[in-house]
Design a protein around this ligand. Sequence first.
Ligand SMILES: C[S@@+](CC[C@H](N)C(=O)[O-])C[C@H]1O[C@@H](n2cnc3c(N)ncnc32)[C@H](O)[C@@H]1O
Length: 207
Amino acid sequence: MFEPKPEHLTASAFEKSYSGVPPWEIGRPQPEMLRILDANVLFGHVLDTGCGTGDLALEMARRGLTVTGIDCAPTAIARASVKAAEADMPVAFLVHDALRLPDLNSRFDCAVDCGLFHVFNDKDRVRYVTGLHKVLNPGGRLALICFSDREVRDGGPRRISEAVLRESFSSGWEIATLEPARFDSLIHAGGAAAWLAIICRDDKPTG
Ligand SMILES: C[S@@+](CC[C@H](N)C(=O)[O-])C[C@H]1O[C@@H](n2cnc3c(N)ncnc32)[C@H](O)[C@@H]1O
């Protein structure tokens, strides 16, 4: 499977990518995430992990959701905060490591992950998913879009297989929907192959 070099995935590398326009930025929310919003899947207080410069977070706030956006890149959070002030939208944008979600000391009804899950190596992915489970309320929902192993072009982030997604959310979660999707891109015509999933925190007792 394609593996990016670890140094490309550090917080400082992400911060550096915001010295210009990063390759994932399209100046608006990803269309697949808008589809999720249109379907009214999300409710209450929503955590946007790896929110970038905040276009999705702001769109959720416009639709009446309470939103907290976190990102490890201070420049992304600064740009998101400016957009929120200009739009007069009360979104909390915080510099925070998504591998330390319980340190937020907050609970959320839902979470969105638009392009963060595929950043993590196997060990960090487990830590991230465990943290998500801790900060979501019982019955909470996660809407996630990540790079797919069906993408054939070189470069870009780590490819995620359906099996890895199912394994990552096999305990304490129920995958409601998991379907092939596409990331929109201003750089690559046709975008990139992705997985789109709606995953619920499952608090049914097992056994
Ligand atoms: C592919 S970008 C997606 C950004 C945004 N969601 C979007 O759709 O434009 C991944 C984002 O996750 C952030 N990120 C990477 N590792 C992170 C971590 N450990 N904690 C918080 N944010 C992280 C990066 O700075 C970057 O903004």
